[in-house]
Write a protein that binds this ligand. Sequence first.
Ligand code: FAD
Length: 380
Amino acid sequence: MIDLSLTDEQTAFRDALRKFAQKEIAPLVEECEDKAEYPRAIFQKMAEPGYLGARFPVEFGGSGGDTMFSVIMSEELAYVSPGIYLGVYVHLYLALSAILFFGKEEQKQKYLVPGIKGDLISAWAFAEPSAGSDPGSMTTRAHRDGDDFVINGTKMFITNGTFADFVVVTAVTDPSLGMKGISLFIVDRDTPGFSVSRKLKKMGMKASEAAELVFEDCRVPATNMLGREHTGFLAAMGTLTEGRIVAAAFAVGMARAAHDAALAYAKIRPQFGQPIGKFQGLQWMLADMATQIEAAKLLTYQAAWLASRGAPHIKEASMAKLFATETATQVCAQAVQIHGGYGFMDEYPVSRFYRDCKLLEIGEGTSQIHRNTIAKTLGL
Ligand SMILES: Cc1cc2nc3c(=O)[nH]c(=O)nc-3n(C[C@H](O)[C@H](O)[C@H](O)COP(=O)(O)OP(=O)(O)OC[C@H]3O[C@@H](n4cnc5c(N)ncnc54)[C@H](O)[C@@H]3O)c2cc1C
């Protein structure tokens, strides 16, 4: 029988993380947002109490937690700063998870172990200027040359790309196989032929950094291939499935933050001689927002519950990601509305949440791609 309640251990983890986020992350937000600079030291700060390793096996320096721990962390950190959490999310749930699931022992020792300690920071490079939703149009190529692979191509929108110590990158190793001809490689930052061509300016998630990366005759040892040759697409999809559940929790955290801010504001802002929260119009908005968030949370926890048991969860992960991210967009927009003109001002966090939330409907598979996935599970 499905049981979505948190265990004592999970509750203690959530409470400690909440305190950590208020103490260590909240004070950084304003400066990072204003300067559009990522606070890289946060990785080591999170590693010290063991948060970076919460979801990873003990043998690699983690605490052996399951997907529920990732969901809790995602919700709590996104609640405080979606932008700062985005860098952590990509490091843990895309790049390091791919190494955990598909890496060889030496790769785990070289990249995963220091990644969990916060000594090495990673990025995940899948998207390209002309290939986002459609991996079949990927043009980055890797060809074998003796004991090496030589990578050529450009990757776009890569979070942490400006400063990551290594990048997990997808490249086509056999163009005749289409999507099935993609492989994954680990590329160290100092590899000749690898460069960051530009840091991108963004609408939201300003505390995170996104970059365009160029690979020009970038030679990596064949031992840097992650998983088997031509299994990169499947590996990427496998990694992303869990990432999608965590992305859903990311959206729940943002929506909760926006709702809490709107609720608090509605109780103190007077108009027509009473707090605006006394007007039924706003009460119903806040009630609908709370209901949507609860539904999003339940879908997310259900998908995490299935994933934690190794049960099939492709449909549930897509449903949770789709519903939670669209909920966040709606809730954040309503939260701005409840704040009126102040909601449009940067000094109120709801304006930041409104700008940040849109990304979650685009990254980790757009809403349209998740509708396609769900439709397929319906036999369409
Ligand atoms: C701030 C930011 C950070 C990012 N970080 C990373 C990162 O770290 N690593 C990484 O690899 N990528 C990253 N991305 C890329 C992100 O994953 C892609 O933007 C996303 O997958 C969409 O691809 P696209 O932008 O090429 O849009 P497109 O695929 O061109 O889509 C454009 C529109 O067409 C729709 N569409 C496409 N195909 C279909 C279809 N079959 N049916 C219906 N509608 C369809 C889409 O839903 C969308 O509305 C990031 C993006 C942003 C904005």
